[in-house]
Design a protein around this ligand. Structure first.
Ligand SMILES: [Zn+2]
Ligand SMILES: [Zn+2]
Length: 329
């Protein structure tokens, strides 16, 4: 009798033991097992819930929160989890990244600027905090479609692929993601400035003439949702690795904080191309220029590009510096 046993340690490891005379059979057997394992793995990856949702379910929600007969695949339970996750996670991400920026990057002397409102930071935090639950309502339905496998998000569907090709593919998807979302956000943002829409939706974000990092998420909820739509549309049109998607999601949040942090430094070589804090500061002050999110490309094409005042020593912080020099004289 063949002395053989297969032991599955996890979904990627396979052990087999056999006598040397039955080695040939064991190889065929092993190959078939690996094939089945691959099929099972890709099937599960199509059905598996989003990475964060899955971990939350396994380690916290299923054992401690939801009743045991409420199945983890139930869409109502998934929606509720996504809603809680978006509120708690979104708020923590906002407050931690904005606070980090406020403490270590933002020049707090800007708080003396005459265009800073009374209690501005408290008001920015209040607007952002109140908006997040309302923004979450339409967003969780898009997340649910992703979780149910309707998007082109993938985990690892081409086991034969080389590392070189994999890295190239990831690099291309990051570039395409940034170009695609920058294009859509530019036009959505421009539309939000149309006189028939501006006062209802986008004016809230322009209350802050000289923004602080806490203004980064301080939008009317419909405005915030509309400007986030391009990030959600992308994975329904183009394949995107799940980890890359999560990383981009975090990176986009940090970028949004960074264009409100009043740190105008950009490497000289990137100055013509990157829409940074200098550009967005002018957007808050002058309204009709520099609508872009990551790049200056669409502002140049759309005729709304303006060289930021910060590049000519006329940023809000330069105003403070001049005031302070005058006081010392
Ligand atoms: Zn802004
Ligand atoms: Zn605007």
């Amino acid at each position: 009798m063949k002395d053989k046993c297969h032991q599955y340690a996890d979904d990627t490891t396979l052990y087999a033991h056999c006598k040397s005379e039955s080695l040939q059979d064991a190889v065929v057997d092993m190959q078939s097992s690996v094939r089945k394992l691959e099929e099972w793995s890709s099937e599960v990856n199509l059905l598996v819930m989003d990475l964060i949702l899955e971990k939350l379910d396994n380690y916290f929600l299923t054992p401690y929160v939801y009743p045991s007969d409420w199945h983890a695949d139930d869409w109502k339970r998934q929606l509720l989890t996504l809603f809680l996750l978006m509120n708690v996670g979104g708020w923590l991400l906002y407050i931690i990244s904005a606070s980090f920026s406020y403490m270590f990057i933002f020049d707090r002397r800007l708080m003396q600027h005459p265009l800073i409102l009374q209690n501005q930071i408290r008001r920015e935090i209040k607007v952002a905090t109140c908006s997040i639950p309302f923004m979450a309502v339409p967003t969780i339905f898009i997340f649910l479609l992703e979780v149910k496998g309707y998007s082109k998000l993938y985990w690892y569907d081409r086991p034969q692929q080389t590392w070189g090709n994999f890295v190239l593919e990831i690099g291309c998807s990051v570039v395409l993601f940034l170009l695609f979302t920058d294009f859509l956000i530019y036009w959505i943002h421009r539309w939000l400035h149309h006189k028939s829409v501006y006062k209802y939706l986008h004016k809230t974000h322009h209350l802050w003439k000289v923004p602080t990092p806490y203004a980064s998420h301080a939008f009317h909820p419909i405005d915030g949702f509309l400007q986030s739509c391009p990030y959600h549309i992308y994975p329904f049109l183009f394949p995107l690795h799940k980890i890359v998607y999560l990383s981009l999601f975090l990176a986009v949040n940090f970028w949004t904080v960074s264009i409100h942090d009043g740190d105008y430094r950009v490497p000289d070589i990137l100055k013509p191309f990157v829409n940074g804090s200098a550009h967005h500061t002018d957007h808050h002050l002058l309204y009709n220029h520099n609508y872009g999110q990551f790049f200056t490309l669409w502002d140049r094409i759309g005729g709304s590009f303006r060289t930021p005042d910060a590049f000519n020593g006329q940023a809000p912080i330069d105003f403070i510096n001049k005031q302070n020099i005058k006081k010392e004289e």
